[in-house]
Design a protein around this ligand. Structure first.
Ligand code: PMV
Length: 331
């Protein structure tokens, strides 16, 4: 099945094509997975092997403004700078837009403002594709429910399916071949005390895209066979931890989940390694602080930066220990 078929399916009955508004605008938060998505069962539709669970960072993300313009091509301005038409980012975005325009000739001026480093494993593509999808919904007044927007954004980037809500969000892997049951939904738990700290290690572009790294892991790592089992277990434990507000259980499970994901990558061939020497040094400091009694855990995605997990009561200590950390209160 092709992406265009899914778009047809979602639009066929639900959307009456109207004249576009003058502008379409939307913000989407970035999200940090506590139980990761790593590996696809369908690479065309970005259908995951497993479900995943994330927490959104309420005011870190992407604000996208769309205007139809009279020029022959789409133009993207990212954080005030026009991007080269042949850059990977522009190509991916244009391919995504092509799914929606079919015979229509509209071209867009796309103004994206992100307050997170782009392509450094801080889920910039999640916030980017979610805000682009919501902004299209706004521009053309599709009035699609969030569940459908989640499915559409997933076609651009898997983790984007989780960026339509604040708080904790679960992306259901689904079993259908067309992926119509593979969308995200918010979880009811709130946790006022919970903080995420973004610990910058490097904002250099990642050595290999998550898309490519995922495929390499699935096709070459012997450890990958264990990954769905690990996720099934961690999903259960994390939900239990959220239910009972058990922070040590939440932090420990999220950290172990991330380490297992990176272990599958390291065992790929050629190896996929998102660790930099500074990443390891920071991990070792966290483990030492934890041994000394400070409740701090970390998670890491497809990039060298770490995201610290801790409670509000330890915020000042964390800031003292990690002066560069950017602290976000999740609720
Ligand atoms: O959605 P992608 O292709 O950017 O992949 C995201 C993968 C991780 O960030 C490493 C894990 C996750 O669940 O967000």
């Amino acid at each position: 099945m092709k992406k265009a078929d899914i778009v047809d399916m979602l639009f066929h009955e639900k959307v009456t094509q109207k004249a576009p508004r003058e502008k379409g605008m939307a913000f989407a938060p970035t999200n940090i997975a506590l139980c990761k998505y790593w590996g696809k069962r369908d690479t065309e539709l970005n259908l995951p092997v497993t479900s995943s669970l994330s927490v959104s960072l309420p005011d870190k993300g992407a604000m996208t403004t769309l205007t139809i313009h009279a020029e022959p091509n789409d133009k993207i301005i990212l954080n005030g700078r026009e991007l080269e038409p042949d850059s990977g980012f522009v190509k991916r975005t244009v391919q995504f837009l092509d799914l929606f325009r079919k015979n229509h000739a509209w071209r867009l001026l796309i103004d994206i403002n992100m307050n997170i480093p782009v392509a450094a494993g801080l889920a910039s593509s999640a916030a980017g594709f979610a805000s682009l999808t919501s902004a299209l919904n706004d521009l053309f007044d599709w009035q699609l429910p969030l569940q459908d927007l989640s499915i559409l954004a997933r076609l651009g980037s898997g983790s984007a399916s989780r960026s339509f809500w604040n708080g904790f969000v679960e992306w259901h892997a689904g079993v259908q071949l067309d992926g119509m049951d593979s969308y995200a939904a918010p979880l009811p738990h709130e946790w006022q005390q919970l903080c995420v700290g973004i610990l910058p290690i490097s904002d250099a572009e990642k050595p290999i895209s998550s898309r490519e790294a995922m495929q390499r892991t699935v096709s070459t790592s012997m450890l990958y066979a264990m990954w769905p089992k690990k996720v099934a277990q961690d999903m259960m434990v994390i939900k239990k931890a959220l239910q009972g507000k058990n922070f040590a259980l939440l932090g420990g499970t999220a950290e172990s989940n991330a380490m297992n994901m990176h272990a599958t990558m390291l065992s790929s061939w050629p190896p996929v390694c998102y660790f930099m020497p500074e990443t390891i040094a920071a991990m070792q400091r966290i483990w030492k602080l934890r041994d000394e009694g400070l409740e701090v855990y970390f998670t890491q995605d497809a990039g060298p930066n770490l995201k610290l997990l801790f409670l509000e009561k330890n915020k000042e200590t964390i800031k003292k220990q990690f002066p560069l950390v950017d602290v976000i209160n999740v609720f």
